[in-house]
Ligand binder design. Structure first.
Ligand code: 15L
Length: 264
């Protein structure tokens, strides 16, 4: 697409939102921020809930694209997930459609496929593996991906769902040696998702160029994503701290790690 200039960032006060506020302007974007919490130091920011229709309509007005991060970032009671992640995401997509926004980049999660067992041969999992949520949180990400598919097919929007792995400053567990997404690569990935060639709904995994990667980055690379970080640089430190992984470690059996053992 033509390079989008004005981008709405929902969830702008959160962890990933704060990183993107810092790093995306260098790519030439002008950000409008949206969050339930005040976003400090941003001249163009709206403090509101996604269920505030008037605020949402003002937020999507005149933007070229949306990066939708807002929502509960982990497991929670179903009623909370329903309101924030499912209903909130629907409202965001529909407001964007009504305003004529061309592209939405959606923060999905690896937990949309979290109950997928890691391949026995140590290979990577492709993006077209069936959805297999590990929590209500993962289920809401499946909904968001399917909503993105519907709005691409029915309304001709360009939609990209990022199945983000583990976004942290540095990997903090053996699992993260496979699932880590560094802050710099996160910005590179979102930039690629905002500008890369998209036909309909596109699903990509969001991790760095990790030597031990569990996910296939082919569809992300097709958007132009070129990760530069590798969790392997931290492997000695992580293993010294946590020990070598046991073959039967439940954290490492399924893609979703400990989320597969979350209490109902
Ligand atoms: C996610 O989707 C969560 O938002 C984050 O807190 C981590 O748990 C991450 O997945 C992960 O799988 O490490």
């Amino acid at each position: 697409m033509d390079r989008p200039r004005r981008v709405l960032l929902t969830g702008a006060a959160g962890r990933i939102g704060s990183c993107l506020r810092e790093l995306l302007p260098a790519y030439g974007y002008r950000l409008r921020c949206f969050d339930r919490l005040p976003v400090p130091g941003e001249p163009d920011a709206i403090t509101a809930d996604l269920r505030d229709a008037e605020a949402l309509a003002a937020a999507v007005d005149g933007v070229d694209a949306v990066v939708h991060l807002a929502g509960i970032p982990g497991e929670a009671p179903f009623a909370d997930i329903l309101a924030a992640n499912i209903d909130g995401t629907y409202r965001l997509y529909d407001a964007a459609r009504a305003a004529g926004v061309r592209r939405i980049v959606y923060a999905s999660s690896n937990h949309a496929v979290g109950f997928t067992e890691r391949p026995a041969d140590g290979g990577t999992v492709p993006v077209d593996t069936p959805q297999r949520p590990d929590t209500y949180y993962g289920l809401s990400k499946c909904f968001g991906e399917n909503l993105a598919s519907l709005y691409a097919d029915r309304h001709g929007m360009e939609t990209v769902s990022l199945r983000i792995g583990s976004f942290t400053d540095e990997p903090r567990s053996v699992r993260m040696l496979a699932t880590w997404l560094s802050p710099g690569d996160c910005a590179r990935l979102v930039h690629a998702a905002l500008t890369g060639p998209v036909s309909g709904h596109t699903v990509v995994y969001g991790i760095s160029a990790n030597t031990r990667a569990w996910w296939d980055l082919a569809s992300a690379r097709a958007l132009g994503y070129r990760p530069v970080d590798d969790a392997e640089a931290f492997a000695a430190k992580v293993i010294a701290e946590h020990g070598e992984p046991a073959a039967d470690d439940p954290e490492l059996r399924y893609l979703g790690g400990s989320f597969t053992q979350a209490a109902p």
